[in-house]
Design a protein around this ligand. Sequence first.
Ligand code: ZN
Ligand code: ZN
Length: 795
Amino acid sequence: MESPIGRHQRPSDQRDNPRLKQTKEIGVIDELRPEGFGFARSLTTPRPESIFLNAGRLAALATSEDCFRGAVIGMDVVRKPDGRYAATSASSLDITSKESADLLWTAAQITKHPLDELERLKAIQTSQPAAIALLVLASVKSPKLDQFVRKSNLHAPADAWMSPILSRAIHLAPAAITSSVVAPLILQDPSTALSIIKRVPNRAVIKGAWLESLWETVPDARISLIEMATSLALADHGAICALDWINRWLWLAQESDDEHFYTSHPLGLWDALEEQLKADSAAFDAIPTHWVGFSYAPEHFLERVYRYRFPALDSALIAICDLGTPNLCPSNYRARDQIDALDHTDIELAALWGTSSGNAKMDTSVSAQMLTARAAERCAAQYFRSLGLHVDDVAQLQLNGSTDEWRLMDLKVEHRYGVDVKNLRRTLNGGMHSSRWKVKAFKTDARGADVLLCGVSSPYTKLDRDGRLTCDTFEEMSVLGVTTASETRSLLNKFDHIYRLHVHSTTKLVELPAWSWDYPTAHYRARNIALRELRDWLTKSRQNSIPKKIREAFPPVLLVLCNTPAFLANSERSEQQNAFLEMLMATVPGNRGTGAERYLLRLPQLYLFVLHFWLHWRAQKKDINTSELTSLFQWGFTVSKHSPRSEDSASTAPKSSTTHASRWEPVSLAASVGIVDPTDTIGTLLQALTALETKLSQSTFLKLSDLSIFENGVLVGTFPDGKRRTLLAHCGGRDVLRNQAECGFRPLVYAREKTCACGRLICPKCECCSDPRFSDCAPQKDRLTARPSEEWVRY
Ligand SMILES: [Zn+2]
Ligand SMILES: [Zn+2]
């Protein structure tokens, strides 16, 4: 049977004399005789008599190198008939076992009470320091023993810990003892010190200064020292000087022949450095301006650096990114609130706008539309006021007849600008992309009027039984932006130098594409200041290596908008990407002139630029991969949603820098570069063009003639067979299976969608090919008649 306290148990002699009672004891070797036997003394009983160790016992101990005077051992002890004591087994002691601790505790209890025994223990302290060390060691596992050791004020001198058995276990001793033993060894015997440190389970014992000293004295161990420094840093960010250790790693990496060395990033060190900088921003000054470490730093570290070292830049980036964050956007309102705010004047006004058709159901529907239109006006007024602008509600004047201005405009902003609010009801599949408005009885369309149009996207509304307007609870009413009736038309011709398209203007303007709306200058105040800030920073920090790394993470399109082409060079970009950036550079108004428009690029300009660039590139090159253009709008690292101030003061902020809970997610591709695009028209266009180019090779494209764009954004071309076919469009149809609701699905892409015999694309959602207001198509009629009515049930 194996003794739990012994690892090298010898067969017991108990069998020789079964009448003898044996006890388990811990003892210390007192004497070794040249004849080959020896004596031990018990540490766990108060008995003063020596215990005989025969040659067999000593041989057993010798195998584990515990056969020397002062060695602490485990024994089974019997009292022989002649009164003398002898060990029936002797073994190396497992000092970490619970049984050892229990035995020592029992011994301590025995020795605690009688005064003479305590005296004896003190005597042991001087004569057998190893035994005291053992008690201390065992006390780590036994709270009772720990209390005893503390009360009795037992100490073993440092060299006692270096006895062979105890030095194997020193890493298990209380932290203060391990520390007091290792500290001198660091200088006297660095290798032994390192071997102990490696075994210490409690990392808090290890001191950063030890590792620094060992870095010099044990060069072979440098890789493991970096690992140890990293694990110290992970447990306690302040345990080491992270900057010094990263520098040591960089030095090793430079010395190493292994090219994969650089990929073995000590990420914990970067985290620690980041935390240290966070705790003390003055620590930034310790980082050299041209530090080679910036080339290897992880993104989140760089993010931390720029946020602290360049607070103005940080605020600028946040201002740019906040613009595209929906809940920070002043243009979104809860539709319910807008509807509930309608008062009797609004209801009276809306009643003036609707004309009776004689059909009660239709009249109810028109009433709902007109009330919603009025809510949209109030919503627009609220939006302009939120920008700090003065707004007069001109529409309301229709009721008292004091002026005729209401015939031209709904609102007057800053006493000067007339605004015609267009209520854009969201469609089944078009969402906020829907940009066709409901017309009040007195206005046919906006053509010719010199007023600003303001698009407000509204949800589907209806009148309840009591005649009150209602909509779904979570719907929003959103201001999509402003434009003028002539802006889109004139912009359509502005990209002729890139690609010449025929422009088809409609005479009756009841729809503008979603990308034609953009916000007034007042909406972009903070962004424009931020872009100027960014531009200044880029120019000033040209020579600095941190900014170089940060710059590389900026969306290249943003660099173009800042008019800083010098920073665009990147050999990894494709020919198409480079051409895109170059041509965009030439297009941004601010980059060609000066003045108020300097930093402006409106959404419709960006949209039409992307479209024209694509046409140009498709005509010029066989190789095309428009999906690559998406990356030109993206950040290399994400900008935090919150400002650094609020993140640091928030008690709920995650402590670990490796988890970034509050990341800024752009809602649209253009939002990444500070252009609000609530329906992501740019992202949608790039996807549509990527789909289109797989179906339309350069040779086919070159055979097309009379490529035309309509004011609502539809792109059409004449094919070699003489037929006009639609290339890009959105659905203008109504779903016969869903109560004739307007469909609005987009984008419809040539060859991805089927082309109808009439040349238009067939919507996969509603099977319409045309806008029911303008033309009729016989095959469409057939398709709609044939639609299986059971599909209605599935919706
Ligand atoms: Zn058709
Ligand atoms: Zn459709």
